[in-house]
Design a protein around this ligand. Sequence first.
Ligand code: C2E
Ligand code: MG
Ligand code: MG
Ligand code: MG
Length: 278
Amino acid sequence: LAKAHGRGNYQFFTAELNRKAMRHLMLDTRLRKALEQEELQVFYQPQVNPSNGRIVGMEALVRWPYSPTEFISPAEFIPVAEEMGLIVPLGEWVLRTACIQTKIWQDAGLNLRVAVNLSAQQFRQQNLLEKIMMILSETGLSPDYLELELTESTFLEGAEAAISLMNKIKKLGINLSLDDFGTGYSSLSYLKRFPLDNLKIAQEFVRDLTTDPCDVAIAEAIISLARRLGLKIIAEGVETQEHLTFFQTHHCDLVQGYLFSRPLPALEFTELLKKNSS
Ligand code: C2E
Ligand code: MG
Ligand code: MG
Ligand code: MG
């Protein structure tokens, strides 16, 4: 019986692996094509000052309209892009697109900061600094309107090199944020050693803030730690009025989440901005 059971499991397991591998391969092929043919899109989610509700910036989030009815989540295709070496051109395309759009809003009198996610692999490419400078000069966006979001996984290899690159990026006038703080390979020494400007409290600690005292403790500890270290605090995943009240009470610098808006295409984001500023 055990043997039959074991064998059955084995078959199930290979079928599952096979299915995953097939999907991976399929995604890789189609993602390459999507990137070449400029089928990807950048959506924007507002970052709001919790004390007055004003939109002060936005996070750029890539979208892949896979079919007329289906978007594939970046949570699925970013890891594929990372594995297939596509993340570098993809990330560069997102950065350029976000800078172009932010400059368009600026020229229309809307001064907003844009935050762009940078994967660990992008961060490790040799000519990152030159590429960023080139994109800024091509698009005419001033560096102080650009923010780059890094995750803790970026710091796993070669801390010294990472710190030195971060300092060079900051010298350009670009701000750096640590994304999803507390979920990765968190080490408090990162906060001390790395030249960061902002800390983004991971959604994971925000979700159950109103029901789970542990999450309250964690969120409060992160906020007070960040404040003592001179970092600005951005809360992500703010979905309810209760979440907002918590971050208002704790004088969080910025909030981001479905309570204000889901990530939107540029055109709809423009409409949201008009409403927000009137
Ligand atoms: P992230 O950088 O932490 O982005 C925040 C994610 O939370 C986004 O998911 C956003 O849509 C979602 N979100 C925002 N507000 C709420 C909320 O109130 N509730 C909930 N439940 N979710 C909320 P998205 O767009 O699916 O992106 C997932 C992840 O994929 C991002 O997490 C980021 O790690 C990665 N990603 C997205 N775009 C890019 C990109 O251009 N480059 C790179 N390297 N990674 C990206
Ligand atoms: Mg992010
Ligand atoms: Mg995040
Ligand atoms: Mg994330």
